[in-house]
Write a protein that binds this ligand. Structure first.
Ligand SMILES: NC(=O)c1ccc[n+]([C@@H]2O[C@H](COP(=O)([O-])OP(=O)(O)OC[C@H]3O[C@@H](n4cnc5c(N)ncnc54)[C@H](O)[C@@H]3O)[C@@H](O)[C@H]2O)c1
Length: 238
């Protein structure tokens, strides 16, 4: 019997960070289940899966598919919405939309990933939080930071529960990146935010992907429930 290939599920795989992550895992020979409402095109060892992370039935089907066709070792909850909006103009419709994708979508991702990774004998869940979930922020809809703070708490819950099944769950909390979401900000605002980091620049997608790969790797055996700040020193929690 041929052994199943190593597998990883990435939600938000069609986005800026998702594409970099797909390339990184593919380069190491994993089969990537690339889930997004707009998934990337198929290529060798990349299986595009059109999925809305708020749709539990679709996410369960994704978990089944990944578990059947690979030795699933990691699940990255990367799908997210960012809405630039003055706080005083924030509306309820955007609140519900952002919370649904960022928080409920990550919750559903964790809840379908845990049993399938447990069945595989253990694995890694990586959630994408944000510095906004730690310090709030005024450039984005207030739901953004609230949803990311919720993701940080979810991460700790799934780390506590996952431990007995060999499932380690961590989150990264990136600062502002040179990527899709930040283009929503004007140049002056981006410069100001870059100056606020000790390293005096925005992060790159490769720098974020590098930390995600560490957290998702089977070699990470003792780090769970962590919210890892990757922000150039813009915020240094103790
Ligand atoms: N770019 C930044 O500065 C920054 C900073 C901190 C955290 N993050 C987080 O990193 C992650 C990726 O960000 P990015 O910069 O690549 O953004 P992006 O907009 O390029 O990618 C997000 C992806 O999520 C997908 N998506 C949206 N709603 C979905 C849904 N309901 N179901 C499935 N997929 C859906 C989009 O189609 C898109 O491909 C997000 O969680 C974001 O909040 C980004």
């Amino acid at each position: 019997m041929t052994e199943k290939p190593r597998g990883v599920v990435i939600t938000g795989a069609g986005g800026d960070l998702g594409r970099v992550l797909c390339d990184s895992f593919l380069a190491d020979g994993l089969t990537v289940f690339a889930a997004d409402v707009k998934p990337p095109p198929p290529r060798e060892h990349l299986v595009p899966v059109q999925t809305d992370v708020t749709d539990r039935a679709a996410m369960e089907a994704l978990a089944r598919q990944a578990g059947q066709h690979s030795r699933l070792e990691a699940w990255i909850n990367g799908a997210g919405l960012f809405v630039v909006c003055p706080v005083l103009k924030a509306d309820d419709a955007d609140w519900h939309r952002i919370m649904a994708v960022n928080l409920t979508g990550t919750y559903i991702g964790c809840s379908v990933a845990l049993p399938v990774l447990a069945e595989a004998g253990g694995g890694r869940i990586v959630n994408i939080g944000s510095i906004s979930g730690q310090v709030g922020g005024v450039g984005a809809h207030p739901a953004y930071g609230a949803s990311k703070a919720g993701i940080h708490a979810l991460t700790k819950t799934y780390a506590s529960e996952g431990a007995r099944y060999g499932v380690l769950c961590n989150a990264i909390a990136p600062g502002l990146l040179e990527a899709g979401m930040v283009r929503e900000f004007g140049e002056a605002q981006r410069d100001k935010l870059a100056r606020g980091a000790a390293l005096r620049r925005l992060g790159t997608l490769a720098e974020i992907a590098h930390v995600i790969r560490f957290l998702a790797d089977p070699a990470n055996t003792y780090m769970t429930g962590a919210i890892v700040p990757v922000n150039g020193g813009a915020y240094m929690p103790s």
